[in-house]
Design a protein around this ligand. Structure first.
Ligand code: ADP
Ligand code: ASP
Ligand code: MG
Length: 402
């Protein structure tokens, strides 16, 4: 007998028909004699719809604790419905909210980190012969307040359970049949991968390939949990994410797009030591994750610092910068949230000098202007206007993968 963790995303449980389909997959696994723990997301666009409701009340600064109270409701709906569906198919089942399944997190509302999973309840339910359906994306902090793990966080819930329960398999079911070299819904010629390494997957996920949440990949690597990404609609093998892969290493593994990019330019800072430190220290205090940073020299002993953050963190970043007034002076704050980041991912970029120029040529041929560039050993990213993002991904994918 094996312990199998299966996670189903929102699109896989979007309506009653899909819920029954997923229940069928779960029951088949259980009837093989395996223990089954299921993690499920909110149905379809429920989370987006709930966010919309909050925005109607307060467009800019809804209370973060109350946002978590609101958003966790989405998963509560899907676990109960899925449990009813499994019951209808004649198998013993219980649904558990995150806290009932033992998820303790820190108190960072909206982007909490899992601190510990108390597995007692899950073990007891398995011992009773129950299939367990756990609400993804949520936990409880030390004040007994509900928290959420950040968008796409159900993937992380699943990997965390697989690690804590030493599961034999962790399967992430979604609406595509695996991980591709680029989003298969958007990019013509995207190629499915049989296997992909943790590090490459982590880079792809971090750079916008939403098929897996990046924290889930980070955790899978840390606890050596092998993942399979597969379709909930077609029963066929998906993509395995693990440490060592058989496939020959290609230079460019994939192309990713992140449309959630805001650039913030702090214009007219004094050109003196300590300015960058104070600025980024303040952003850290506001728990803002900064991605690309660019410093340019201005006139009359001034400099400008431009950095990028996700749309989600734009307001926090602006608040952090406004709180700097009085600590040090700047002339202007410019905010642009109409940009996207296009990245190519692959090992060995550093030792292949032609890669960057090939990427820039592909963009030039497509008449796409680059605003910012950032490189590392395993990726090259460019910022471009969002209205050209899909065209850019296709052009770059055509150039490297065909
Ligand atoms: P779920 O609701 O199951 O969590 P998501 O919408 O979060 O599903 O993730 C699946 C989607 O990720 C796919 O529908 C696909 O459009 C998108 N995607 C982006 N990049 C990739 C990629 N490289 N490979 C596969 N899917 C990708
Ligand atoms: N329902 C949450 C979201 O939409 C979590 C998830 O789907 O993983 O982000
Ligand atoms: Mg997802």
């Amino acid at each position: 007998m094996a312990l199998i963790v299966k996670k189903f995303g929102g699109s896989s449980v979007k309506d009653a028909e899909h819920v029954m389909n997923v229940a069928g997959i779960i029951v088949d696994e259980y009837k093989k004699g395996n223990d089954v723990i299921v993690v499920v997301s909110a149905q379809g666009d429920t989370t987006d719809d709930l966010i919309e409701k909050a925005v109607e009340i307060n467009p800019s600064t809804p209370l973060k604790r109350e946002m978590d109270m609101l958003l966790t409701a989405g998963e509560q709906i899907s676990i109960s419905l899925l449990a009813m569906a499994v019951d209808k198919l004649g198998c013993p089942v219980i649904s558990l909210l995150g806290w009932q399944a033992g998820f303790s997190t820190d108190s960072h509302h909206g982007k909490a980190r899992i601190k510990k999973i108390n597995t007692e309840r899950m073990k007891a339910e398995l011992a009773k012969g129950n299939i367990i359906i756990v609400a993804g994306f949520q936990g409880l902090n030390k004040y007994d307040d509900l928290t959420t793990l950040g968008r796409g966080g159900s993937d992380t819930s699943a990997v965390a359970i697989a690690a804590a329960m030493s599961a034999d398999r962790c399967q992430i079911y979604t609406d595509v049949d695996g991980v591709y070299t680029a989003d298969p819904r958007k990019v013509k010629g995207a190629v499915k991968m049989d296997e992909v390494q943790y590090d490459e997957m982590l880079e792809m996920a971090t750079l916008g390939a939403q098929v897996l949440n990046n924290r889930s990949v980070e955790m899978a690597k840390k606890y050596n949990v092998e993942l399979e990404v597969l379709s909930s609609l077609e029963r066929k093998p998906g993509t395995i994410v693990k440490e060592h892969v058989k496939m020959e290493k290609t230079l460019i593994r994939g192309v990713a797009k992140d449309t959630s990019v805001t650039t913030i330019s702090v214009v007219g800072l004094k050109d003196q030591p300590g300015v960058a430190f104070k600025l980024f220290n303040k952003l850290a205090q506001y728990k803002v994750n900064v991605d690309i940073i660019l410093q340019s020299v201005g006139r009359h002993g001034t400099k400008d610092i431009t950095f990028t953050v996700s749309h989600e963190q734009q307001d926090d970043a602006i608040k952090a910068m406004e709180s700097m007034k009085g600590v040090f002076e700047y002339q202007d704050l410019k905010v642009n949230n109409g940009l996207s980041k296009i990245s190519i991912v692959g090992a060995g970029m550093e030792s292949n000098p032609g890669v960057a120029s090939k990427m820039f040529e592909a963009l030039y041929d497509a008449d796409i202007n680059i605003h910012m560039i950032s490189t590392s050993e395993t990726k090259i990213s460019v910022l471009i206007n969002t209205d050209l993002a899909d065209k850019a991904v296709q052009a770059v994918h055509d150039a490297f993968i065909g």
